[in-house]
Ligand binder design. Sequence first.
Ligand code: SAM
Ligand code: SF4
Length: 339
Amino acid sequence: MDLVDPFGRTIRDLRISVTDRCNFRCTYCMPEEGMKWLPRSDVLSFEEIERLAGIFVERFDVDGLRLTGGEPTVRAHLPVLVAKLAALRLPASSPSPNAGRAPDIALTTNGATFRLLAHELRDAGLHRVNISLDTLRGERFLEMTRRDELPRVLDGIEAAREAGFAQVKINAVIERGVNDDEIVDLARFGRDNHVEVRFIEFMPLDASGHWMNDKVVGQDEIVAAIAAEFPVEQIAARGAAPADRWRYLDGTGTVGVIPSVTKPFCADCDRVRLTADGQLRTCLFATTEFDLLALMRGGASDDELSMEIQRAVGTKWAGHQINQVNFIRPNRSMSQIGG
Ligand code: SAM
Ligand code: SF4
């Protein structure tokens, strides 16, 4: 049965945060110190994640699961969770291309320890990986992430390519005055390494609250910078995917931009999010959450959990209001929600 929101959008993608903790402290995401971590007892167990994901996949035909955080690889035994999710099956009657089979399982990671996990995760059933890389300069990497880990992240990207995932992509958040002079270098890195780079507009989800509109480098500016060096043409129809994509005219791959601020894609959004403490959110910028953890630990049946999921989806709004006077910053930041 489809999960359809009041604006006719069908939910097909569940983002699951497996932890709010992280081994980095990216300036656009977390403060250097002072993050308050969830008590471990409030974090969903693998069995609880499996149960909730099972409801989404088996009852509601959700065919994409993405694990994120915080940094998902700091959660011990992550491949065990991936194997549990890979054992789920979409109904044979599902409209999904994966009908009767496992959902598509993806991971977003900072990549620093990916070399250690790549093969185990692939063997457990992980299909796709996005690794974050905002700069190719060691000193700047240290400034942006507050960790001196550029070589290990580059090695993590290499490990992901070697492990043979169906897809490896790079996520690069661009912040004006911080790394906007590296757009072309990052695009070149993607071309040279045969991975798609997806530039992400800086969003007001940083825990330190330093986001300002003039720090956003918009899609038009990003694409113009790339096109001046490497001519591109836009690829039609992104569907529900968040990135607009371009093809390099010389045939050397593709590049994407996630224009959450300057060209929001809310009208096509097919996502909901589950936080590490079991709260269902229908938007990154939602101001309400639905407490599936309390329901589940209170003994709710799958039918009752399904009803709560439908009730939550029934409140999904048309779109976020960044740039408008009535925009309210959510009370949790990116790493606490699950990006
Ligand atoms: N730790 C993993 C990582 O960094 O890839 C996964 C979680 S992270 C919150 C998911 C994505 O959100 C990353 O690509 C990160 O760069 C991005 N992100 C974090 N804060 C952001 C912000 N304020 N605006 C835009 N993207 C942001
Ligand atoms: Fe950690 Fe990812 Fe946030 Fe960076 S963006 S601090 S790696 S959760």
